[in-house]
Design a binder for this molecule. Structure first.
Ligand code: ADP
Ligand code: MG
Length: 485
């Protein structure tokens, strides 16, 4: 899906590499026991370590380390049995230590891969360069007071995984697919909740342009983009900006830029010349991390089925299309819902009901599938009522609407509302006879052969007379018999 961008001097290719910061799912911070819960009052989740009080020592959180290893394994990456924490030195008001503890030369995870799911069922592999663990900084709050900036240290010391891709993406769509797929994987293995609105996942977006076949161009890095839509908008804008600069005879300076969400443009923050010299060195307060291969194997064995494997299995076991399977595995909860509803039933029909009817209803109510008023078992019961001819597919839609409203079992709704399909031939025959007797004009039309489609109109009349409860197949057969089809 490499999409070239036309310019005055010919077509251009955009090259993208992403650095995603993903907050590690863990009750406590990377080097302290303080809570990581979202939405707390400012500065209520700050230990003496997070506030960088003199003499405080960091203690590594085993859970965060294991989460990083799980993530590395899910990205089919090399797990480094020996890795080192470094100090990245810089001054910032929300960084009380005066340095961030990160990993520089020897990260915990090396090279891996993410397979993107592109439209039309195509896939593309994007290389992962590395994953390292680091601390988050605090937050400066500029909007609380007219004259002062406040600092909230709740995030200070929260564990982040920085996941660095190779510059392998060639369009905004591919970058969007990358973030989506990464988020899906992290949610499957429970190492990051992926809530971009809450800041649990943010991306630094590196963009350059070149003529196809040329060496890589100079890149600009757009910092801290916090939604997939903004990642794509920032790339579209930035690629055009760079093309214009070059075509006007200018050169691209390596820069750090910001995406202005309101205006949809990127703006320069600082250029390479102003870039910090971080003076990385190994943190003397922390021992290197060392694992045994056996332990890594144990972690690997504990991983759940991953999205790509699940997608392939749904296609093989249930005969789903690559498109349907892709939608159903995007969230682990959706996949589980599907498997329960489809087990022992028409899987394609189950997939359709979920993707069309259930998603529309949930969307309308602003709910996710976890809070669905209709359980997977209940949707399965509804499919059973269709399969055994208790109700028609048409009536099932009405029953489903009531299920969404009330959460009741479909059998109860069908019973209470008297929606059982009429399969009793006598009752259907009576309705057919009434309709034929009452509409001599249409009978003549049909007999004369001038309007063969009038049969459909007759079916409609009978269905109306029976409040939609007659079995449509039986109605059709009876009508043709009686009208002499
Ligand atoms: P740094 O260490 O200075 O941040 P890296 O070489 O590690 O630089 O690259 C950081 C990110 O930038 C990676 O995601 C990489 O894929 C991406 N990147 C590197 N070169 C380019 C380029 N020419 N165009 C677009 N992205 C690039
Ligand atoms: Mg970088």
């Amino acid at each position: 899906m490499s999409k070239l961008i036309p310019g005055a001097t010919g077509d251009w290719e955009v090259v993208i590499g992403l650095e995603v910061h993903a907050q590690v799912t863990s009750n406590a911070k990377l080097f302290s026991g303080a809570s990581t819960a979202f939405g707390a009052e400012p500065n209520t989740q700050v230990s003496l370590v997070d506030a960088a009080m003199p003499g405080m020592l960091p203690v590594i959180n085993q859970t965060c380390v294991e989460q990083a290893v799980r993530t590395g394994l899910a990205l089919e990456a090399e797990i480094n049995l020996y890795s080192v924490f470094d100090r990245k030195n810089y001054f910032y008001p929300d960084l009380p230590q005066g340095y961030q503890i990160s990993q520089f030369k020897q990260p915990i995870v090396g090279e891996g891969v993410i397979t993107l799911d592109l439209p039309e069922g195509e896939t593309k592999d994007v290389g992962i360069e590395r994953l390292h663990l680091e601390q988050d900084a605090g937050k400066s709050m500029h909007d609380q007071h007219p004259n002062f900036t406040y600092v909230d240290l709740n995030r200070s010391g929260v564990a982040l995984m920085e996941i660095v891709s190779r510059p392998d993406m060639r369009s905004a769509e591919e970058a969007g697919a990358y973030v989506r797929k990464l988020r899906t994987i992290l949610r499957y293995i429970g190492t990051c909740d992926g809530n971009m609105e809450q800041g649990s996942m943010r991306a630094d977006v590196n963009v350059s342009v070149r003529k196809p076949g040329d060496p890589l161009g100079t890149r600009c890095e757009i910092k801290n983009v916090n939604s997939i839509r903004f990642v794509q908008q920032a790339i579209e804008y930035e690629a055009r900006r760079q093309i214009e600069v070059i075509e006007d005879g200018g050169v691209i300076e390596q820069q750090t830029r910001l995406f202005d969400v309101a205006k949809g443009v990127t703006r320069s923050m600082r250029s390479k010349e102003e870039a910090h010299d971080y003076r990385y060195f190994p943190d003397p307060d922390l021992l290197p991390l060392e694992f045994t291969a056996e332990w890594v194997d144990e972690v690997k064995a504990s991983l759940p089925e991953l999205p790509d494997a699940k997608k392939n299995r749904l296609m093989a076991d249930f005969g789903l299309s690559v498109y349907d399977a892709g939608i159903l595995v995007a969230e682990p909860e959706t996949a589980a819902y599907f498997e329960t509803a489809a087990e022992g039933r028409d899987a394609k029909q189950a997939a359709n009901w979920i993707i069309t009817n259930l998603f529309a209803a949930l969307n309308e109510q602003g709910k996710s599938i976890i809070d669905s008023p209709v359980s997977a078992a209940q949707l399965g019961q509804l499919l059973d009522l269709i399969a055994d001819d208790t109700i028609s597919g048409r009536i099932a839609k009405d029953v489903f609407e009531v299920m969404i409203e009330t959460g009741d079992d479909p059998a109860k709704i069908v019973e209470e509302k008297g929606l059982k399909q009429i399969t009793d031939t006598g009752a259907i025959e009576a309705a057919v006879d009434d309709v034929i007797a009452g509409n001599p004009e249409q009978v003549a039309q049909y007999a004369g052969g001038e309007n063969p489609k009038v049969i459909g109109w007759f079916v409609g009349q009978v269905m109306k007379a029976t409040q939609g409860k007659a079995n449509p197949g039986q109605v059709n057969t009876l009508l043709k018999e009686k009208l002499g089809g």
